[in-house]
Ligand binder design. Structure first.
Ligand code: NAD
Length: 476
């Protein structure tokens, strides 16, 4: 825990107010660090630093920006273990999940080091006027980045890397539950050659006030947020005052559909990944399982066996598959979803009871026969609970899958490619996993439709979220 202060203008500073807050290890409920809590004066200092760094960074050649990002990837890749340990300590996720996250987080630096030199443009003839149309992309300006606790490293690098590639300075506010990983990344970025003031980190227990203040500073041009739809909506309201460029990665309610022609073993492994990666604390986590009646008994039996084989415990210990949830409130919310579903007629195939002892643990849980009116069918569970329903009609399952205000990701399992593709195209989701339980990839555009968000992260699109398009109408 070397770095627990604010990181502003390349320096470690106490909060101007002197205020601090505790970070808790969810496996032991012990305080592991006391972190400086930023307020308005600190935000102003970070904005000054970002403004001072802005012009020089935007003027650096794309190749130079690219090489610094590439170096950040190399350095992080060499220290995955160190980052994974810290992620587990503050978030609770098991070691393998944390290593997966650290590697995924590092990949954004590599991907955007490659994208930094590919900001394309266009020169063409106007069809009628005889003028030339010249279209080019420019850095949008200072970006405020707000990230959640479920991926303390990756949700940050997924925004920092494209912003730097595009030429923008950033101020990042990590989640108060998990600020340490983002702080620990800063010495690495310095070593990679990121100039001072370009990346600033402001943990805070006064997120609402702090972020709102920054969104009303005329120097800020972009708000990129990952978190709940509820907070995203608030930030969109704040962003409207200065007409900021918003990128919103919000909540999900992912359906996972298993057709009667699916390869059931493949569907079970896909479902395990879609449900249990990160302990279900993922916006991409499968939330509603729809399994065709003809294969439902086989799927439930094999899936329950796979869930039962997972070993729960302190994520820092060897051989643990499932750590604790991030805090008591999250665990209690998961327990309430299970109680509600059972009261309405669901059957518990596995789990369903909070264990005694320290730590915010909730066991892998399988519910079958979940009724349509259960709360977990409408809301994100964000925990290790698989809620299984059955279906017998393709049109009906498409209707049920689309019957939500969310539209982040859906999963489809079928060996009939013609049918599978027809179903995928009718799903109102930004992403679909077809015979796969994992869609996240730095090289692909991640994001949702409807109330799951605006904009895309990763892929070619990710960098464009931090760029403005300029069109010049020219004659010569
Ligand atoms: P959250 O919305 O409570 O918090 C997210 C971040 O916003 C945190 O840094 C928090 O401190 C900050 N925040 C909270 N209130 C704020 C306010 N009024 N103004 C400004 N900032 C504020 O979400 P969470 O509980 O940390 O994360 C879980 C949610 O994130 C889930 O809904 C999940 O689906 C979503 N999520 C989405 C994606 C995606 O890419 N779509 C990825 C991960 C998580």
């Amino acid at each position: 825990m070397d770095h627990t202060n604010l990181y502003i203008d390349g320096e470690w500073r106490n909060a101007a107010s002197g205020e601090r807050f505790d970070v808790i290890n969810p496996a032991t409920e012990e305080v592991i660090a006391s972190v400086a809590s930023a307020d308005i004066a600190d935000a102003d200092a970070a904005l000054d630093a970002a403004e001072a760094a802005s012009a020089l960074w935007a003027a650096r050649k794309p190749r130079e920006r690219s090489e610094i990002l590439r170096k950040a990837w190399e350095l992080m890749t060499a220290r995955l273990d160190q980052f994974a340990r810290l992620i587990t300590l503050e978030n609770g996720k098991a070691r393998a999940d944390a290593m997966g996250e650290a590697a995924y987080a590092a990949e954004f630096f590599r991907w955007f080091s490659e994208e930094a030199v590919r900001a394309d443009g266009l020169v063409t003839h106007a069809p009628s006027s005889g003028a030339r149309i010249i279209v080019q992309h420019k850095p949008a300006g200072i970006a405020v980045l707000v990230t959640p606790w479920n991926y303390p490293a990756a949700m940050g690098t997924r925004k920092i890397a494209p912003a730097l590639a595009a030429g923008c300075p950033v101020i990042i506010k990590p989640a108060s539950e998990t600020p340490l990983t983002m702080l620990a990344l800063m010495p690495l970025l310095e070593e990679a050659g990121v100039p001072k003031g370009l990346v600033n980190v402001l943990p805070s227990r006064r997120s609402g006030k702090l972020v709102d203040h920054m969104l009303h500073d005329p120097r800020v041009r972009v708000i990129s947020f990952t978190g709940s739809t509820e907070v995203g909506r608030k930030l969109l309201h704040s962003a409207a005052d200065q007409v900021l460029k918003p990128a919103m990665e919000l909540g999900g309610n992912a359906p996972l559909i298993v057709f009667e022609d699916a390869d059931i073993d493949k569907a079970v492994s896909g479902a395990m990944l879609a449900k249990m990666r990160n302990l279900g604390e993922a916006c991409t986590a499968a939330n509603r399982f729809y399994v065709h009646e003809a294969v439902s008994a086989e799927f439930i039996s094999k899936f329950t066996a796979a869930m039962a084989a997972l070993k729960m415990g302190n994520g820092s210990d060897e051989g643990i598959d499932v750590g604790p949830l991030v805090n008591a409130a999250t665990r209690d919310k998961v327990a309430a979803f299970v109680e509600d579903a059972v009261a309405k007629g669901a059957r518990i195939e596995l789990g369903g009871t909070i264990p005694n002892g320290k730590g915010y643990f909730y066991p892998p849980t399988v519910l079958s026969n979940v009724p349509e009116n259960a709360d977990c069918v409408d809301d994100e569970i964000f925990g290790p609970v698989a809620a299984i329903q059955s279906f017998n009609d393709q049109e009906d399952v498409i209707r049920r899958a689309n019957d939500t205000e969310y539209g982040l990701v859906a999963y489809v399992f079928s060996e009939d490619m013609r049918r599978a593709m027809q179903v995928c195209e009718r799903l109102e989701y930004g992403m679909v996993g077809l015979n796969r339980g994992l869609v996240s990839d730095p090289a692909a555009p991640f994001g949702g439709v409807k109330q799951s968000g605006l904009g895309r992260e990763g892929g070619h699109e990710g960098m464009m979220e931090f760029m403005e398009t300029q069109y010049i109408s020219a004659e010569w």
